[in-house]
Design a protein around this ligand. Structure first.
Ligand code: ATP
Ligand code: MG
Length: 234
């Protein structure tokens, strides 16, 4: 469904992604793993049209994405939940969610989508009139995921949802992501938390200094000696 082919991205003259190729199939869940500065966020920004690649191609089915504006890419069904959540603190939970439905089709269906999101995240329903800035970190992450879902995406891209959360809250967040996945939405998950990410996804890629150095099923990666030493501290 989504295919990234030989992607090069640079910041000025500094390369951030080199010859990156990866795919996400319909309804599939895929992780991109890597340390700080590996290029994970850059990859998501390139897919969602916030950055222009220097070369290579990004396609969704038969549509070429890499020349489209971000708005059109979102309209094709790719939602990006950015690193650091970026909820609007002075707005309520519900106002934040409604912002996610900014495109015509999702906007027309926003009432039913809201009801669906409140079913997945009852905590957000309880707090719908609360200012987002007063939510806990875990609740803000759920709000950020909910806002992404308001777009009714085919692919939900998540940038480090575990960042800064206590282990028990990470578990709760990943359980929710698994629930989203069971509803048939493809997941592209960027994480430093390798153990948890591979527990959730079918397949993964390991990014080091802008290059994909390993790929495989989650099981294969968990058993891989390099992954064990470099990412699992074994
Ligand atoms: N706006 C920018 N201008 C210049 N260089 C940048 C910019 N954004 C990122 N970089 C550089 O590109 C490289 C990849 O950054 P990126 O944010 O994609 O890494 P990451 O894997 O998401 O890291 P982290 O886990 O810390 O979020 C880094 O060396 C970073 O310094
Ligand atoms: Mg990042």
């Amino acid at each position: 469904m989504l295919e990234v082919r030989e992607l090069d991205v640079t910041y000025g003259e500094v390369p951030a992604l080199r010859q990156v190729s990866m795919t996400v199939g319909e309804g599939e869940s895929v992780s991109v793993l890597g340390a700080n500065g590996a290029g994970k966020s850059t990859l998501l920004r390139a897919i969602s049209g916030l950055l222009r690649p220097r070369s290579g191609a990004i396609t969704l089915d038969d549509s070429r994405l890499d020349q489209l504006p971000a708005y059109d890419i979102a309209a094709l069904g790719i939602a990006h939940v950015p690193e650091g959540r970026r909820v609007l603190p002075e707005m309520t939970v519900e106002e934040n969610l409604e912002l996610g439905a900014y495109l015509p089709k999702p906007k027309a269906r926003r009432k039913e989508t809201l009801a669906w999101i409140y079913e997945i995240f009852p905590r957000l329903a309880e707090r719908r009139l609360q200012h987002a800035g007063t939510l806990s970190g875990g609740e803000q992450q759920m709000l950020a995921v909910g806002r992404g879902l308001m777009l009714l995406p085919r692919i939900l891209m998540l940038d480090e949802p575990s960042l800064g959360l206590a282990p028990i809250i990470v578990d709760a967040t990943f359980d929710k992501i698994a629930e989203v996945r069971r509803q048939g939405i493809a997941i592209l998950l960027v994480e430093q938390n390798v153990q948890r990410a591979l527990g959730l996804t079918d397949r993964g890629y390991v990014l080091e200094q802008g290059r994909i150095v390993l790929q495989g099923t989650s099981r294969e990666l968990l058993d891989n000696p390099h992954v064990k030493v470099a990412y699992l501290g074994m």
